[in-house]
Design a protein around this ligand. Sequence first.
Ligand code: FE2
Length: 432
Amino acid sequence: MDFDLIVKNATLPDGRTGMDIACAGGLIVAVEQGIVAEAKEVIDAAGQLVSPPFVDPHFHMDATLSLGNPRMNVSGTLLEGIALWSELKPIQTVEQIIERALRYCDLAVSMGIGAIRSHVDICDDELKGVEALLDVRAKVAPYLDLQLVAFPQDGIFRDPTAKENLTRALDMGVDVVGGIPHFERTMQSGAASVTYLCELAAKRGLRVDMHCDESDDPLSRHVETLAYETTRLGLQGRVAGSHLTSMHSMDNYYVSKLIPLMAEAELRVIPNPLINIMLQGRHDSYPKRRGQTRVPELRAAGITVGFGSDCVMDPWYSLGKADMLDVAHMGLHVGQLSSRADMAWCYQAVTGNSAQIMGLNGYGLEKGCKANMVLLQASDTIEAIRLRPNRLAVIRGGRVISRTPPSIANLYLEGRPAQVNPVDFSPKSPSI
Ligand code: FE2
C-alpha cells in the first residue's frame, strides 16, 4: 500500500519511542515500529516528539490582535481593558474582525494549534463579531477547527438586548451557549442566568461554556449552580466552567462539598493560567492570592481540566503568541504541578483534555484518527513544556501545512562545540 505520508522514528506523548506513523486519505492508518512502505512524503522525526495538535479551549477571537486599537491599554488593568473594548466595539468593522482573526489563525496554525473554542461577544446589536467569526469558521475549516460560544459579555440579564441577541447568534449557527453569572447584578440574578442559559442549551441540544466565578470572591456560588443545573437537565459532560478563580479563595470545607457535585455533573473545567495569574488578587496587598482554580484537587476527583489561553494582544492582555506551551508552562508553575506525572499531565491539559472538552471527533494519534499532528523540537512532553520549542512540522489531514526550521545556535568559542541545539540538553540525550 502507498501512503500519503509517513512520519518516521517519533517519540509519542505516552512515551513510546521509535514509532512510525503512516497516513492515507486524511487518516492515520498505522502507528507501529519499522513501517516499510512507499509514501509521497516521509518526515524523519529523529526521535523527537510527535503529538496530536494543541487545542485551545478558551479564546476571544473577536478581540485578538486589536492591541493599540483605538489606543493602548496604558495601565495594563482589567478596568482599562473593559473601557477599551467598549470603545472599540462600536467602531470596528466586520472586515477588520475577519482580517485580525484570520491573521491570528495563521499564527495559531504555525504554533501547532489544531482547534480553538472562541467566545464571541453578542452584546452588540449588530452582531458584528458573530457575523465575522462565522465567516472565519468556514474559511479556516480546512486547517483549523473553530468552535464558537455565544458570550453575553455584559450579562444576559444586565444587558437589555442580550437575551434576544444570544438567541439570534444561536440561530445564525454559533455552536455553544456562554454566560457570565458573576457579572449579573446580584447573586440571585447570576444564579437565575445559569438556569436560563442551561435550559436554553438543553432545549437546543447545545453545549455550555460559561465564564463562571472569575473573581476572588470566596462566597461566589455560581459553580455550584452550574453543576446543579447540569445534572438536573441531563447535560453531564457537555458543560464547561471557564476560569472558576473564586474556587482558589473559597473555604476548604465548602470546596469539599462542591468538588464532588462538580464530578457528579461531569463538569469540565477550563482555567486560563496566563490571564488568571495576571488579573486575580489585584485587591490584595501581601500576600497576594494566585487565583488559579484548584487544579490538583479537581483532577484527583476525576474532573477533566483543560488549560485555555483566553487572550492574545487584545484590550485585556498585551502579550501572548498562540503558544499553548506558554499556557501549560504557566499553569504548571501556578498550580505547583512539579512531579513528573503532573508535568506530563500539563501537556495533556493543552491537548487531549481540551479536545475532549470541545467534543472533537477523531482526535489523537491512534489508528483511525484524523492525520493531524505536530512535530516538535523536543524529546518528550515535559521537555516540550520546558523549552516551548519550534514546531518543526504541522500536519493536517496527512499534509504538511506549516514548517519552522529548528532553533540551533552557532557558537564561536574556542574549544567548545560549534553549535548549541536545545534538544541536546534533554535528560535523555546521549550527550549528557
Ligand atoms: Fe474569557
